[in-house]
Ligand binder design. Structure first.
Ligand SMILES: C[S@@+](CC[C@H](N)C(=O)[O-])C[C@H]1O[C@@H](n2cnc3c(N)ncnc32)[C@H](O)[C@@H]1O
Length: 301
């Protein structure tokens, strides 16, 4: 693996959370640089199996040469079908380390970072058609308003959307620098990076349908995990953490837990982490990416 592809976050905590059975079947749905996968393999015996998913073809360069390892080049929202194709009905543990890898973030042409002037792309799966530039140039003003408000918690989302909708009538918005010029009046002085990060977060979530695929994935975990199997999910912002927390606690994303005829809770998971696990000072000092990480663990009932 390339040294700087990605440094795994909360590695020890994720492995402990999975409570690995050496002969079990495990799934790492966000393979990336393979840091977590390599550690899982160390805890598996010769009969153990690890299936890893990543929708970014770049991650394939990190594939692990090990007979117990299988790579699936798909979105994790197709978890259940892909496992079925491999002849696997149930698994012992699932790990998800959400969001983008450092590699994706550090490659200028991927368009994920506000540090480089590049085309506004932001696709994790380069085969998908929708890019950030297409969102900015074709979505209605109302839709842009919703995306910036909901996914970026951008304060002046409405006027930002209006400015974009007006500017693109003249010239399509293609690059970061072009985009910055268009919205410069909206960027608060002294808070440029924070503001642009929020705007970029909103676009990235939309381009990759991140909340939708996360919800579809979480629902499938309840179907494929064995009783006692562990679900370990690490998220990096509240829009991801909220569905994870709700799903583990209530088996759904909105509303209260369902009850059966006798008034018993109907939910698929026991929550192992009442409070999310976060990085300690040593890890924070070593790896700035761990700053916003929140780890939640559930056990299939
Ligand atoms: C934070 S990185 C994972 C890093 C990994 N745990 C490691 O130690 O190197 C997230 C990875 O998951 C992939 N990914 C994100 N969302 C995905 C999805 N819906 N389906 C498949 N892969 C996804 C990204 O392409 C990226 O490579």
């Amino acid at each position: 693996m390339e040294n700087n592809y990605h440094v795994p976050v909360l590695l020890k905590e994720c492995i402990e959370g999975l409570a690995i059975n050496p002969s079990g079947v495990y799934v790492d749905v966000t393979f990336g640089g393979g840091g977590h996968s390599r550690e899982i393999l160390k805890h598996l015996g010769k009969d153990g199996v690890l299936i890893a998913f990543d929708q970014d073809p770049d991650a394939q360069r990190n594939k692990i040469d090990d007979p117990r390892f299988h790579f699936v080049d798909q979105n994790f929202s197709f978890l259940k079908n892909n496992l079925r194709l491999l002849g696997i009905k149930q698994v012992d543990g699932i790990l998800a380390d959400l969001g983008v890898s450092s590699h994706q973030f550090n490659e200028p042409e991927r368009g994920f970072s506000i540090r480089f002037d590049a085309d506004l792309d932001m696709r994790m799966d380069k085969q998908r058609a929708l890019t950030a530039a297409i969102v900015l140039n074709t979505y209605s003003e109302e839709n842009l308003h919703k995306i910036f408000g909901l996914y970026g918690e951008v304060q002046n989302a409405k006027s930002l959307a209006r400015t974009i909708a007006t500017a693109r009538l003249d010239t399509p918005i293609q690059t970061l620098e072009g985009f910055k010029k268009v919205i410069t009046a909206h960027i608060p002085r002294g808070k440029e990076n924070k503001y642009m990060a929020q705007v970029f977060q909103a676009l990235r979530i939309e381009v990759n349908a991140e909340i939708e695929v996360l919800e579809r994935f979480l629902e499938q975990t309840a179907d494929v995990l064995k009783q006692g199997g562990r679900l370990v999910v690490m998220s990096y912002h509240s829009l991801e953490d909220r569905p994870v927390k709700n799903f583990l606690a209530k088996g759904k994303f909105r509303g209260e837990v369902e009850k059966d005829f006798f008034g018993n809770d109907q939910k698929p998971f026991k929550v192992i982490t009442r409070k999310a696990i976060v990085a300690d000072v040593e890890e924070l000092a070593r790896n700035s990416r761990s700053r916003s990480a929140k780890l939640r663990i559930g056990e299939r009932l």
